[in-house]
Design a protein around this ligand. Structure first.
Ligand code: NAD
Length: 461
């Protein structure tokens, strides 16, 4: 077929089938807008489902199980040394977890009459997308929603191309468990996947260029994870950059802080970059920042009245749940509803062992901005439920406005922190007082009680 022979006309064309894209498409369909999604993979799920959140969490579950088995020895239960079979593990991750969810999304799309077109979408003008690939065609739209996401960043000045140098996508394929793994970057991915590989048997060396892991997060939360990785990893090198990577017969030789070391594989996890460069946006009125983020207002509208954008391509934090909320707003705005992304909190969770989660104002950000706050902490060493789990390695923390007593931020470290942060997110979003948390009966014995206990320390003070 000659490119452009086929012409589809729709109310809304969504570019990208990740959490931002499919959520936007589903909401548009619910609002009676005829909607198509264009995705290079001709499937819904995006980086989150196929090469990010979901497969990494599946593997982190496996590493948590291995961690529990190890801890069980402390209370007299010994399962012996684990035997790990990579084929069944990969199959479980790809088919039972990712595949099942992908089929679910495809079924929802069918049910909502959202068509998924395979190919790369490029704007021809403010009304037309050209779809390149196996099914070349033009899509004319009343509105478009760009949800093209992000891709892994590379280390500036280091351009070695090798199977042994992996980004997060390659690392999640689990093609082998390297004996010696170098992880570059002590952020979300470096720590999550570093722990996966360490649990599966790799000797992990992690290098982080700043003076601490998870830069930006409060240190009293991060310290619990830092203590764990200090034990689990072969080495954690802070204030260290990778100066060069070179392929040798023995492996990848890395120069780190003036020293050389050889690794079987390297995982580069130094952040992500927005995918806005190959969309033909210059043919529209959409404005893109110096860092490549599409500029949007609170409805997700760009400078081009017909084009909206959501998710990683619109800026930080690059988190799926932010994209999904933005997506609903954009769909509703296109349908003429008075919707806005006016959320106060976008909670963050690092799914490590222990987990680290926070939302709203952090103590670090308050100090940097000169905002006066009161901080209340409850150490898990004093929590009954934590004792019964053999896990005193955590803390629950509230950040409160000293004048009003309102909860303006919260953080938590410990197993299950990723689930527990939801209560704090609701508290901050709803402008609850610390007193509200203190007076709410929390089930005993649970880890959720630690929110109540932390709040009570403020009322006593
Ligand atoms: P990140 O921004 O979390 O961490 C990158 C780290 O690499 C930083 O600590 C940075 O200081 C360090 N770094 C940068 N250049 C370096 C260099 N040359 N040498 C050594 N260290 C260097 O980025 P990421 O871990 O790649 O993750 C990307 C994004 O993906 C995250 O910001 C997040 O938005 C998303 N993500 C979220 C989750 C989650 O929600 N649990 C999990 C994975 C990824």
């Amino acid at each position: 077929m000659v490119m452009g022979d086929l012409l589809t006309e729709v109310d809304v064309a969504v570019v990208g089938g990740g959490p931002g894209g499919y959520t936007a498409a589903f909401r548009c369909a619910e609002l009676d807008l005829e909607t198509v999604v264009i995705d290079a993979g001709k499937r819904l799920g995006g980086a989150c489902l196929f090469e990010g959140c979901i497969p990494s969490k599946a593997l982190l579950h496996v590493s948590a199980v291995l961690g529990e088995v190890e801890r069980a020895r402390e209370y007299g239960v010994d399962f012996g040394a684990p035997h790990i079979s990579l084929d069944p593990l990969r199959k479980w991750k790809s088919e039972r977890v990712v595949g099942k969810l992908a089929r679910g999304l495809a079924a929802v799309a069918k049910g909502k009459h959202v068509e998924v077109i395979g190919g790369r979408a490029v704007f021809e003008d403010s009304r037309t997308l050209l779809v390149q690939g196996d099914e070349p065609q033009k899509v004319k739209f009343r509105h478009a929603i760009v949800a093209s996401g992000s891709r892994p960043a590379t280390i500036p000045g280091i351009d070695l191309v090798s199977d042994r140098v992996m980004d997060s996508t390659a690392a999640l394929e689990l093609s082998e468990i390297p004996e010696r793994l170098l992880v570059v970057g002590g952020g979300y991915i470096g720590l999550e996947l570093g722990q996966v590989y360490a649990a599966l048997g790799s000797a992990v060396t992690l290098v982080e260029m700043t003076d601490g892991l998870l830069p930006g997060a409060d240190r009293d939360l991060v310290q619990w994870l830092a203590r764990r990785v200090d034990k689990q990893f072969q080495a954690v090198k802070l204030n260290t950059r990778v100066e060069s990577l070179r392929e040798t017969p023995a492996g990848i030789e890395a120069r780190l802080g003036g020293e050389s070391a050889v690794f079987d594989r390297v995982l580069v996890a130094v952040g992500r970059r927005p995918q806005s460069d190959e969309l033909g946006l210059a043919t529209t009125r959409v404005r893109v920042s110096d860092r490549g983020f599409i500029e949007v207002d609170t409805r997700g509208a760009t400078a081009d009245p017909r084009i909206f954008a959501v998710g990683d391509v619109t800026g930080e934090p690059m988190l799926a749940h932010r994209a999904m909320r933005q997506a609903k707003v954009a769909a509703e705005a296109i349908a003429g509803r008075p919707s806005a992304f006016d959320n106060v909190v976008v909670p963050a969770v690092v799914f490590t062992d222990p987990e680290v989660a926070w939302c709203g104002l952090t103590e670090t950000a308050a100090a940097a901005q000169g905002v006066a706050v009161r901080v209340a902490k409850f150490p898990w060493a004093a929590a009954g439920r934590a004792a019964t789990l053999g896990r005193a390695d955590g803390v629950t923390k509230l950040v409160v406005d000293p004048e009003s007593g309102r909860v303006v931020g919260a953080g938590i470290a410990g197993p299950g922190a990723g689930e527990l942060i939801a209560e704090a997110a609701l508290a901050v979003e709803s402008a609850l007082l610390a007193e509200d948390l203190a007076l709410t009966i929390h089930t005993h014995p649970t880890l959720s009680e630690t929110w109540m206990e932390a709040a009570e320390t403020l009322l006593r003070g």
